[in-house]
Design a protein around this ligand. Structure first.
Ligand code: ATP
Ligand code: MG
Length: 433
């Protein structure tokens, strides 16, 4: 049972220096993470629990798609320079790439993204069109020496990404996977309760054109999006300008007949690309077609910023209800329930705890500290972001409050309270185990 007194949760009462945005402040104040260098963070147990939940949500949705047949792998962070030289990214990546040499002066980079590594594996393992399509992914660290690491986990120099790569015989086959990834991403961002949009995006230097980004709408967003108020056209302004040439792409311009473009700010949490044959041709990832010729495989790649989602969820929560009332979306809360007794009621709530099955009670914290004031105990609630708090003042009066929904229920016995929590609040814990 997580007893509050035994949790490593170094909560800070005041706002730490250097944290300019809400998510960064909460991460430091709540004891989720500590900064070790610019853009690098040690994740403490509380933050690690959220990250693990985001990872399991993402992989559950990917693995659950029968169309994708997604399979998880894990690549080393150190990537041989030769691979990046073959695709000419060793030069083009410039100073964003962390470069390292081993004792024999062999060059490596710390993986900023892993197209080369996955494509190289496919080059050596895939022979025939019968081996395709193939959808591989991993969840792991990425390293980018960002010019301006900032906003805490939002833009780090070491961060966690889910990166997926798909391999196909042709563009038609790729297109059905691309469409399915769109659907899977929507399920993921729905489960996170995000207010998000999918926009046409600039492929940057990874892709060869066709790409979409998923943005959480937030005033803090570093990207500017334009959206047509009539119809469903949305784009990152970077591409809107490129696409439309001299046409008007600024907010206020007309669009879709009678519509007007409006501007919104977004935090990019996902990005999907059509890569074509750029990497497969450079790295020799080919298959034998029916007429015997060797053809480079057609590829797609699909990223989700795991650590950025953690920060974006806090920003979204703070923007909608204020940081003082912050509660995690139930799907990724580090702990789902706080049992917060008044002194005399402690045994009653402990009774509730003991009635919960052990596979769900790991997500329930019991406030057992008698040397900490009630005020301090309460001040911690929006920092840990418990979705649900249970209090009990006297025999027969248990109050269960859903902090996000603002709903409250009263039950009269420990038994009733435990079964309510198990059925209504902790059911998803069961599914995750
Ligand atoms: P950005 O435009 O924000 O710099 P990007 O387009 O370079 O991101 P991608 O290469 O598309 O990023 O990476 C996939 C996902 O990884 C992004 O959608 C984002 O959520 C996340 N991500 C990218 N860079 C960072 C970073 N420095 N810190 C945290 N997450 C990041
Ligand atoms: Mg991107």
């Amino acid at each position: 049972m997580p007893l509050r007194s035994r949790l490593f949760l170094p909560v800070i009462a005041t706002t730490p220096k250097g944290a300019s945005v809400d998510s960064h402040k909460i991460l430091l104040r709540g004891g989720y993470a500590m900064q070790t260098a610019a853009g690098m963070f040690a994740m403490l147990p509380l933050g690690k629990r959220v990250l693990d939940k985001i990872c399991s949500l993402v992989s559950k949705e990917l693995d659950g798609s029968e169309i994708l047949n997604a399979q998880q792998a894990a690549m080393p962070s150190l990537v041989p320079a030769e691979l990046w030289k073959k695709t000419e990214r060793w030069e083009s990546a410039g100073s964003e790439l962390f470069r390292i040499a081993d004792r024999k002066k062999r060059e490596f980079c710390l993986g900023a993204t892993h197209e080369e590594v996955f494509t190289d594996i496919v080059a050596s393992a895939v022979r025939s069109h019968r081996d395709l399509p193939l959808f591989l992914y991993q969840i792991g660290q990425k390293y980018r020496d960002e010019a301006r690491p900032r906003y805490g986990l939002m833009r780090g120099r070491e961060f966690i990404m889910k990166d997926a790569y798909s391999f196909h015989v042709d563009d038609d086959d790729f297109a059905s996977t691309y469409e399915e990834v769109n659907a899977v991403y929507s399920r993921i961002f729905d489960a996170l309760g995000f207010d998000y949009v999918r926009v046409e995006a600039d492929g940057g230097d990874i892709g060869d054109g066709h790409s979409h980004e998923f943005h959480v709408l937030s005033n803090l967003g570093e990207d500017t999006l334009v959206h047509c108020d009539k119809g469903n056209y949305s784009a990152n302004v970077e591409i809107a300008a490129k696409r439309n040439g001299d046409a008007c792409t600024a907010p206020g311009c007309s669009c879709g007949g009678s519509g007007t473009l409006i501007e919104r700010k977004g935090i990019e949490v996902g990005h999907i690309f059509h890569l074509g044959q750029k990497y497969s041709a450079a790295l020799g990832a080919t298959f034998q077609s029916s007429d015997g010729a060797r053809v480079p495989v057609t590829m797609g790649c699909y990223g989700i910023g795991i650590t950025r989602i953690l920060a974006a969820a806090i920003e979204a929560g703070c923007e909608s209800g204020g940081c003082d009332a912050f509660a995690w979306p139930a799907s990724i809360a580090p702990y789902s329930v706080l049992l917060l007794p008044s002194k005399s009621a402690a045994p009653l709530l402990r009774d509730v705890y003991e009635r919960l099955p052990s596979n769900v009670s790991t997500s329930v914290v019991f406030e057992d500290r008698t040397d900490v004031s009630r005020k301090k105990q309460a001040a911690e609630i929006p920092l840990v972001g418990y979705p649900v708090v249970v209090t009990c003042r006297e025999e027969g009066a248990f109050t269960i409050s859903d902090r996000a929904a603002g709903a409250e229920w009263t039950v009269s016995s420990a038994e009733e309270c435990a079964s309510f929590l198990e059925k209504n609040i902790l059911e998803h814990e069961n599914k995750q185990e």
